[in-house]
Design a protein around this ligand. Structure first.
Ligand SMILES: Nc1ncnc2c1ncn2[C@@H]1O[C@H](COP(=O)(O)OP(=O)(O)O)[C@@H](O)[C@H]1O
Ligand SMILES: [Mg+2]
Length: 308
C-alpha cells in the first residue's frame, strides 16, 4: 500500500548573519543553512497494517508524514501510496488518505463541529446518504453527539481530537496518517483515540501510520514499529522481536529496611536466588520485585547505541 525508497528531505533556509551589519550581510551573501530532516528512509507498509513511526523530537516523523500526504515534495527518493506519487498527484492522494496532526486541527475554528464535518463531506464529494451513515458511525465510535453543535474553538483538546479523527475518516479513506494524535490528551481521551484507531483498522482494514512518542499508544496498537532518529531508520520490525533482540537485563528492585530502594542488574544466566541471597547478606531487605525490561528501556538503549 505504501512504498518509500531512499526518501530524503533537506530544508534550505537563507543563512542569517548576526551582529550590526547582519541583516545587510544576509541580503548580500547567498548562503544557506541546510538541515536534513529525512535521510534515506526506506520502508514498505501493506494494506491493513498499523505501524508505529517512532522517534525523539526532531527525528523527522512529521516531515515524513507530510511527504506521504503530498504536502511536502521530497528532495530525493521515491514514494508510492496506493499506486500514486503523493506530491505529483496531490488531490487523488488526498482522497485516499485521512490525516490528523495532533498539534494542529484541520477543522474550521469558528464553526460548530457538525458544520466542519459537513464541509469535509462536501469537499470529498461524499454522497448525502453515505455521509449520513458515516457521520452516525463516527458519532457512535467517538461519542461526538454531546458537542456536535459546539464551535470547534470551544472544544476541549480531547473533543477536538475526536472531531479531527471523524473528519479524517468521514470519506472512508483506505489509509490513515496520525501525527501525534494523543499529544497533550488526558488518559480517558487517549483511550478513546486508541479505541477508535483499533476499531477503524479492524472494521475497515484501514492502513494506519501512527507517529507518537507515547509508547503506551504503540503497545496498545502496533505490532510493528519503525524507529527513526536523525532522519534515519534504526529499526523496522515487530515489537516482540525488538524486545528480544535488544532486551536490556532484568532488574532486581529491593526495598531496604530504611526505606531506601536499590536496583541490581540481573546478569544473563545468573540464577536469581543466588543474586537475592547475595543482596540479602549485605542489606536488610523488606521487599523485593523483579522488573522486566519495558519497551521504553529497550528503545532508550537503541538510541544510546546509535549515538555511539
Ligand atoms: N519547514 C522547515 N524548515 C526547516 N527545518 C525544518 C522544517 N520542518 C522541520 N524542520 C526540521 O527538520 C527536522 C525534523 O523535523 P520533524 O519532521 O518535525 O521532526 P519530528 O516530527 O520527528 O519531531 C527538525 O530538525 C526540524 O527542525
Ligand atoms: Mg512532529
Amino acid at each position: 500500500m505504501i512504498r518509500v525508497e531512499s526518501l530524503t528531505k533537506v530544508f534550505r533556509r537563507p543563512h542569517t548573519f548576526s551582529g550590526p551589519l547582519g541583516p545587510l550581510r544576509t541580503l548580500l551573501t547567498r548562503r544557506y543553512d541546510e538541515r536534513t530532516a529525512v535521510d534515506g528512509v526506506s520502508f514498505e507498509i501493506s494494506a491493513g497494517e498499523i505501524v508505529g513511526y517512532l522517534g525523539p523530537n526532531g527525528a523527522g516523523k512529521s516531515t515524513t508524514v507530510k511527504m506521504l500526504t503530498g504536502i511536502l515534495t521530497p528532495t530525493s527518493g521515491l514514494i508510492e501510496v496506493d499506486g500514486r506519487v503523493p506530491w505529483r498527484d496531490r488531490e487523488a492522494n488526498a482522497r485516499a488518505v485521512g490525516v490528523v496532526f495532533g498539534q494542529r486541527s484541520q477543522l474550521w475554528w469558528d464553526l460548530p463541529l457538525i458544520d466542519s464535518l459537513r464541509l469535509v463531506g462536501d469537499l470529498y464529494d461524499v454522497p448525502a446518504a453515505r455521509f449520513t451513515g458515516s457521520l452516525r458511525r463516527m458519532c457512535d465510535l467517538l461519542g461526538l453527539d454531546d458537542f456536535l453543535q459546539t464551535p470547534v474553538r470551544q472544544l476541549s483538546l480531547g473533543q477536538r481530537m475526536r472531531g479531527d479523527l471523524a473528519a479524517a475518516m468521514l470519506y472512508d479513506p483506505p489509509i490513515l496518517y496520525l501525527d501525534e494524535p494523543t499529544v497533550g490528551l488526558d488518559v480517558m481521551a487517549k483511550q478513546a483515540v486508541r479505541e477508535f484507531i483499533a476499531e477503524t483498522n479492524r472494521l475497515g482494514r484501514t492502513t494506519v501510520v501512527l507517529t507518537t512518542h507515547d509508547l503506551a499508544d504503540v503497545e496498545a496498537l502496533c505490532e510493528r514499529i519503525i524507529l527513526i532518529d536523525k532522519g534515519r531508520v534504526l529499526y523496522d520490525g515487530g515489537i516482540d522481536d525488538l524486545v528480544t533482540a535488544y532486551a536490556p537485563p532484568r532488574r532486581l528492585v529491593v526495598e531496604l529496611a530504611d526505606d531506601e530502594t536499590r536496583t541490581f542488574e540481573i546478569a544473563a544466566g545468573r540464577p536469581i536466588p543466588e543474586l537475592i541471597a547475595q543482596v540479602a547478606a549485605e542489606h536488610p531487605i523488606r521487599d523485593l520485585s523483579i522488573r522486566e525490561p519495558d519497551l521504553e528501556s529497550v528503545i532508550t538503549r537503541i538510541y544510546a547505541e546509535s549515538e555511539r
